[in-house]
Design a protein around this ligand. Structure first.
Ligand code: COA
Length: 260
């Protein structure tokens, strides 16, 4: 499938989606959001793809937010629908059933920070800058930024970033838990693809249920979440991959997981 504003590449079991509107620092307009939705659904349903990487085209930016040209003229009803569209796409990414890594190659602001937060893991170039600057436009985040930021970095730090709209550099993002790793700009894509390749060798069903247990569990009581964990733990015991993983350990060899 080809897209106007997205590039799709493949390296073995790893898919790479590049938001490709560098002339506006990869700002997400409605058309791009819809392409992103279709592209991630393709990845979700393709069993041969085990890990997805998302990045931005060009040197400067991952995604510099929602497209302000569209925001500037939206009606209240369009604003609500637009936010629901973005929230839906990012929910699909968060619950894709396979790891999604954001390779943050520059600005991740507003919708860009929200996109990165919807990914399972975030690797930032040392030159990256992240933030939720909506307050400076007289608006609030609309793609779940108020919710995912507070869940990732805690309420106090989230409110600081949301109310000031200030940008954090990669080192601060790492310190507050907004990104998982920071690497040199020129090493970013090679490091991320190696990382993605490592994850792609792991048991796909176990990866899927770990992500599901963490995502769903955070919205449950500890008691309910532990019940969910135990149920998923029981389910993975039915997989060929569990037998392969445990046998490979006992036979002192590397496991070959098949996702069954
Ligand atoms: N929507 C639409 N266009 C955007 C955009 C956005 N979110 N972010 C950047 N652009 C456009 C700029 O208007 C500019 O277009 P032009 O060349 O036609 O003037 C182009 O991208 C380059 O951006 P520019 O501002 O010139 O680059 P910069 O290096 O001086 O600044 C940023 C970079 C990211 C700090 C700045 O572009 C910015 O603040 N962007 C908006 C971030 C934001 O508020 N996002 C949240 C939106 S809800």
């Amino acid at each position: 499938m080809s897209f106007e504003n997205l590039l799709v590449d493949r390296d073995g079991a790893v898919a790479l989606l590049t938001i490709n509107r560098p002339q506006v620092l990869n700002a997400l307009n409605s058309a791009t959001l819809d392409e992103l939705r279709r592209a991630v659904l393709d990845v979700k349903h393709d069993e041969a793809i085990r890990v997805l990487v998302i990045t931005g085209a060009g040197e400067k930016s991952f995604v510099a937010g929602a497209d302000i040209n569209e925001l500037a003229v939206q009606t209240p009803v369009q604003g609500k629908e637009h936010a629901r569209q973005g929230q839906h796409v990012f929910d699909v990414i968060e619950n894709l059933g396979k790891p999604v890594i954001a390779a943050i190659n520059g600005y991740a602001l507003g919708g860009g920070c929200e996109l990165a937060m919807a990914c399972t893991l975030r690797v930032a170039a040392s030159t990256a800058r992240l933030g939720q600057p909506e307050i400076n436009l007289g608006i609030i985040p609309g793609y779940a930024g108020t919710q995912r930021l507070a869940r990732l970095v805690g309420k106090g730090v989230a409110l600081d970033l949301l109310l000031t709209g200030r940008q954090v550099d990669a080192d601060e993002a790492l310190r507050i838990g907004l990104v998982n790793r920071v690497v040199a700009r020129e090493a970013l894509m090679a490091d991320v693809m190696t990382f993605a390749g490592e994850l792609a060798t792991k048991a796909p069903v176990a990866l899927k249920y770990i992500i599901e247990a963490v995502n769903r569990g955070l919205d449950m009581s500890l008691d309910q979440a532990q019940f969910l964990e135990a149920t998923l733990f029981g389910l993975v015991a039915s997989t060929e991959d569990m037998r392969e993983g445990t046998q490979a350990f006992l036979q002192k060899r590397k496991p070959q997981f098949k996702g069954r």
